[in-house]
Design a protein around this ligand. Structure first.
Ligand code: TXA
Ligand code: MG
Length: 345
């Protein structure tokens, strides 16, 4: 079994990765948002391997990747809102949480005990080629160890997961750099579970007011931990000055003297693209013991950047806390699940 980065993403590399996937192995691949840790979504042991490789809590469901709306229709019940959004934003960085079809050919483990499936069509030629070659839906969380910074290059995936992934398809740095917007459409009121590149402003213009998971009666997001996306070094937000042994992650012309700048000209799209790679770089840079981050405006992509930064800065004791107080859904356990440790070998 190959354990190297596939440097040339040609048909041969895609075919090889697809065969590995169909044989139950884990394959990391680029999407426009972040790199995903993919498994055949129809294969219970393969999906179980994702949880083991990431150290991911079993109550945290996975996004299923499909080529398009037709493929989604075989797995989830699409209402008018979902069809309209998918027609406008797919392929693209929008994940829809929808009721699962009773005959959906996808592992129950992806839903982690819920009656919904999160689904999206990725906008990356390598991801689309892999989906086409595999001919089946691909379950894929971000390809990082649970709770840590999401990978935006193939090298990040290798550093993070090493031999726990059978192959890494190298499609270069991810265009968006932040994970997809997650919108729950399983109830009457659409609920924004995770902000992303498809902004709440755009979604509210189409759908009206969005609920948040903290609203009474709104759907919850079982995997949304208060501490997530975290570097090892402590992170301080809204910094206007830098302390001793602190690295400054700047934004805009006011922080021209910073260690690294998310965007010297104050561009939110550029900042999102740089965020995770720069957090990783400052976490590893010599001569610093902590990281300060300049204030990021709270609108459009800035909301998604601030969401990731707040979770990255949350105290370590919050790493198992919920973004509401209702606790986890019962995880879905299938026969053989407890015994499956093959991913760590
Ligand atoms: O951009 C992305 O979304 C990337 C790329 C690889 O597609 N994937 C990604 O997956 O970020 P992950 O697992 O790191 O984040 C998925 C989020 C988690 O917060 C999870 O709890 C939530 O989506 N989620 C998945 N299925 C869900 C469901 N059925 N109901 C509610 N939330 C769900
Ligand atoms: Mg993730």
């Amino acid at each position: 079994m190959s354990r190297r980065i596939e440097p040339r993403v040609d048909n041969e590399a895609i075919g090889h990765a697809a065969r590995l996937l169909c044989a139950g192995a884990l394959v990391a691949f680029p999407t426009e948002t972040v790199y995903g840790l993919g498994a055949d979504a129809t294969d219970d042991p393969a999906v179980a391997r994702i949880f083991a490789a990431k150290g991911r809590p079993r109550f945290n469901p996975l996004i299923v990747h499909v080529p398009d709306l037709d493929a989604a229709a075989a797995l989830v019940r699409l209402d008018e809102r979902a069809r309209t959004l998918a027609a406008r934003f797919w392929p693209g960085p929008l994940t829809l949480v929808l009721p699962r079809c009773t005959d959906a050919r996808v592992s129950l483990l992806v839903s982690a005990g819920l009656d919904t499936v999160a689904i999206r069509a990725p906008d990356h030629p390598v991801a689309q080629a892999l989906l086409a070659a595999a001919g089946r839906p691909i379950a894929a969380p971000s390809a990082n160890v649970s709770g840590r910074i999401s990978p935006t290059t193939a090298a990040h995936v290798r550093t993070e997961l090493g031999d726990r992934v059978a192959a890494v398809l190298d499609g270069g740095p991810c265009r968006v750099g932040l994970e997809s917007t997650v919108l729950d459409l399983s109830g009457r009121v659409p609920t924004l579970l995770r902000p992303g590149a498809i902004s709440s402003e755009i979604l509210e213009a189409m759908l009206g007011r969005l609920a948040s998971p903290t609203d009474a009666g709104a759907p919850r997001s079982p995997g949304m931990l208060r501490r997530h996306y975290a570097p090892r070094r402590p992170l301080r937000l809204d910094a206007t000055a830098v302390g001793p042994a602190e690295a400054l992650l700047g934004f805009g012309p006011e922080t021209a003297d910073c260690t690294l700048s998310l965007s010297p000209r104050g561009d939110l799209v550029e900042a999102a693209g740089n965020l995770f790679a720069m957090l990783r770089a400052l976490d590893a840079a010599e001569g610093f013991s902590s990281i300060a981050v300049a204030r990021i405006p709270e609108h459009e992509l800035g909301r998604a950047i601030n969401d990731r930064l707040r979770r990255a800065a949350a105290p370590a004791e919050d790493s198992t806390a919920w973004n509401d107080d209702r606790g986890p859904a019962a995880p879905c356990v299938l026969p053989g699940w407890e015994d499956d440790d093959s991913a760590t070998g």
